[in-house]
Design a protein around this ligand. Structure first.
Ligand code: ACM
Length: 535
């Protein structure tokens, strides 16, 4: 049935399945309500069938305490379908698989036909390899309107991905409403123009760009995601990548080094030199931001960025240097560690956990911190060996803003070529990691940076079809040796999956290359030469 991601096991006996019609019933036991409601909504739309509740339903969902929380089983035989799961999460994934079993038309929003819907006789047992199967959406560089964000939650759920890492702030835009600091969005939420393509071209459009989510928008997102088994992990990226916040509140910057009152929201791509100062007032400001953030996002993890913080302003700043002396810190890396460590403790005191990019290892990792390993595997390996949890998202492999093929047709080509097959052969746990440390790799994540994806259509192009391969890497128990993976088999299953994506209206990159309207002729990229370095 071309399931993607592939289940742990699936058998399709040549037996009677279940034909769906106007009298087909569906219901579920305690703990399966969200999955039943979701199935009734999406299958009701696609098939036009009511799938009404009944005491002894044809399609039944049930929890079974013997299964893991995200684990599920499906049996379709003799005119009945039984879905069992260890928890609400597993029931949701079972429901997603059931939709795949009905064929690509089950992904449409209204019925093209009212007859012929059937589930094949089958026995499926399934559970995820990793608990963190993440996707980062960079809504700072280019804002994704709320409707687009909710649509991405549905797309993630369709692929059994369960973490949406939301990059809410950066030099180029602040997207999270903070009620006590309204200028963060009023001033920091838009920029006058944007760089077009890579910076060497020094080209800009003449169009203001912006937008932000209200706290109610984000509460809606969190609830919508939770109903689909997805946790939203918010990121406030500090102490670097903060120019938008400094443009809004100049006192947050290194005022003894630069005239921060003259700064605007950044209109370039890259790494801004304008970083936070390290005063008590700045710590208190961000505690205020966090108090509001924690009210909106119930996730265990809160992402604190920590990447690419240039230390030049701290080196030049008498105030930063005095802070280092007062704290007895050896260098500016230690100053950043102290800064992150402050929020590690602050979050821990509130029952949450800090996660940051692998630069937070430099100068000493905060005791409770987990690491998003992006500059390669090395940071994640070091953190895991030191007993810290790790999400593997090396840029050489799973940065989906990177180009999908060689050649002039790829729009604004950046980074290494990462084809669908390359992503399918990505292995999150490097063989160098001993089994005990490997258990600290809690998952993997694909990152969709948006400097060069300026709208939802372009985001689709970069995300798909590769997110389907990534989903299988994160969910399915594929052979650890990438060379041993059944790529031809995956490619074969993708034929059906493309039809599902078509039904969903996903504007993926076609296997033969971009459509003419998906190209960006003449816009400068920055392709990296050769294959990425070996693990
Ligand atoms: C990153 O790509 N700077 C995390």
């Amino acid at each position: 049935m071309d399931l993607i991601p592939a289940p742990s096991s699936a058998g399709f006996p040549d037996a009677q399945g279940l034909s769906l019609g106007p009298r087909t019933t569906m219901d579920g036991g305690p703990g399966t309500g969200a999955a039943v409601q979701w199935l009734r909504t999406v299958l009701g739309a696609a098939t036009g069938l009511p799938l009404a509740p009944a005491p002894s339903p044809d399609i039944e969902l049930r929890l079974d305490a013997a299964l893991g929380p995200e684990e599920y089983r499906i049996t379709v035989a003799d005119g009945r379908a039984l879905l069992t799961a260890g928890g609400a999460g597993g029931a949701g994934w079972a429901a997603q698989t059931l939709r795949q079993l009905l064929g690509p038309e089950a992904y449409r929003g209204a019925p093209l036909r009212r007859t012929g819907w059937s589930l094949p006789a089958c026995t499926i047992a399934d559970a995820p390899r990793f608990g963190w199967r993440g996707v980062l959406l960079d809504v700072s560089r280019h804002f994704l309107p709320k409707a687009g964000l909710l649509r991405y939650v549905d797309l993630l759920a369709a692929h059994k991905l369960n973490v949406l890492h939301l990059h809410l702030t950066d030099d180029q835009g602040w997207r999270f409403e903070v009620r006590r600091y309204p200028r963060l969005t009023a001033t920091g939420g838009w920029r006058e123009r944007s760089m077009v393509g890579f910076r060497a071209a020094n080209r800009r459009d003449d169009r203001p760009h912006g937008g932000f989510y209200t706290q109610d928008d984000l509460r809606e997102l969190v609830a919508y995601a939770a109903e689909r088994g997805i946790t939203v992990v918010p990121e406030i990226d500090l102490p670097g990548h903060m120019q938008a916040a400094i443009a809004a509140y100049p006192e947050l910057g290194n005022t003894d080094v630069v005239d921060t009152a003259a700064l605007g929201v950044w209109t370039d791509w890259g790494v801004s030199p304008n970083v936070l100062n390290v005063s008590d007032a700045t710590l208190a400001f961000f505690e205020g931001v966090l108090e509001e953030l924690l009210e909106v996002f119930p996730s265990e993890f809160v992402h604190f960025g920590g990447d690419e913080c240039p230390k030049d302003q701290w080196r030049a700043s008498p105030a930063a240097q005095a802070r280092m002396r007062e704290l007895g810190l050896a260098d500016e890396d230690a100053l950043q560690s102290w800064f992150i460590g402050h929020f590690d403790r602050w979050l821990a005191a509130r029952g949450r956990r800090l996660i940051g990019w692998d630069e937070i290892l430099e100068g000493g990792l905060a005791p409770g911190a987990a690491v998003s390993s992006w500059r390669g595997y090395a940071g994640g390996v070091a953190a895991a060996r030191a007993g810290h949890d790790v999400v593997m998202c090396p840029e050489q492999h799973v940065y989906l803003d990177h180009r999908q093929a060689d050649g002039e047709d790829e729009p604004i080509p950046v980074g290494f070529v990462r084809s669908l097959e390359d992503v399918y052969r990505f292995e999150p746990v490097p063989p160098s990691l001993d089994p005990v440390s490997a258990r600290h790799v809690i998952g993997t994540q694909a990152n969709l940076w948006s400097e060069f994806a300026d709208d939802a259509r372009d985001l689709d192009f970069r995300a798909f079809p590769r997110l389907a391969a990534f989903a299988e890497v994160a969910w399915s128990a594929l052979p650890a040796d990438p060379a041993a993976r059944d790529w031809p088999g995956f490619e074969r299953r993708m034929r059906t999956h493309y039809a599902r994506l078509d039904a969903l209206g996903v504007e993926y990159r076609p296997p033969g290359g971009p459509h003419p309207w998906q190209r960006r002729p003449g816009v400068l990229g920055r392709p990296a030469a050769g294959p990425p370095p070996a693990v």
